[in-house]
Design a protein around this ligand. Structure first.
Ligand code: ZN
Ligand code: ZN
Length: 225
């Protein structure tokens, strides 16, 4: 198989791992993602076919050297997702906060989200820092959700799950259900009536915001309050 050239049809929405599988299958030689990256893998336009040449390394048991022969006349000026700073090889970028499937922003800058605050204790703060995720509490005025205040000051009177650590997060409130009295909501019960979050109003301690799905929260910072 030394120097054999294989014609491979390939579209740019294909992930690197799938392309590696495709090359492996066509050539009958195991080719890894790493091999492709080392070969100077570049994205190609949709439905292009490229020629891939595999050069074996003699007696070596190592992977072959992969040479991808690009036709420069066909050269693709990459069709990428709309997020300028994104380096991923994909064509659309999903914002997990607002759910936009072809987003032009990273969740950290999601224009449809709001920066809110949550105070908690040491253990929970460390868990949030490590995982980057906030979990639902067991209870609260609007049921088992993730609770936020508008300002760091307002979190002082609300910190049920401990205090001392401030979580700053971008929260997607979307279509928020405004309530004045205690209620019991869950992600499912809210979605069923077309809401994404609960806004608790009329409280002495300031407006409170509740979401029930950690995908609607992007943790920006965890630090001592
Ligand atoms: Zn992207
Ligand atoms: Zn967004």
């Amino acid at each position: 198989m030394s120097g054999a050239v294989h014609q491979i049809s390939y579209d740019c929405s294909t992930q690197l791992v799938e392309f590696a599988e495709c090359v492996s299958k066509v050539s009958g030689t195991r080719v890894s993602e790493e091999d492709l990256l080392l070969s100077g893998y570049r994205m190609m336009a949709l439905d292009r076919s490229v020629e891939v040449m595999l050069q074996d390394r003699g007696d070596s048991k190592e992977s072959p050297i992969v040479v991808i022969l690009y036709d420069d006349s066909d050269y693709y000026t990459a069709r990428r997702c709309k997020v300028p700073s994104c380096r991923a090889s994909h064509t659309t970028h999903r914002c997990h906060l607002c759910g936009d499937e072809d987003s032009d922003h990273l969740p950290d800058h999601c224009p449809r989200s709001t920066v809110l605050y949550h105070q908690t204790g040491h253990t929970a703060a460390m868990a949030i820092k490590a995982s980057g995720k906030m979990r639902r509490g067991l209870s609260g005025m609007a049921g088992p959700g993730i609770y936020f205040a508008e300002t760091p000051q307002h979190t002082n009177e609300k910190a049920r799950g401990g205090s001392g650590y401030m979580v700053t997060a971008r929260v997607y409130l979307g279509n928020s259900k405004h309530v004045y009295d205690p209620c019991h909501e869950t992600y499912t019960s809210l979605k069923a009536v077309g809401y994404d979050s609960v806004t608790i109003q009329g409280r002495r301690t300031g407006t409170e915001y509740v979401v029930y799905n950690w995908d609607q929260v992007k943790v920006l910072d965890v630090s001592t309050a």
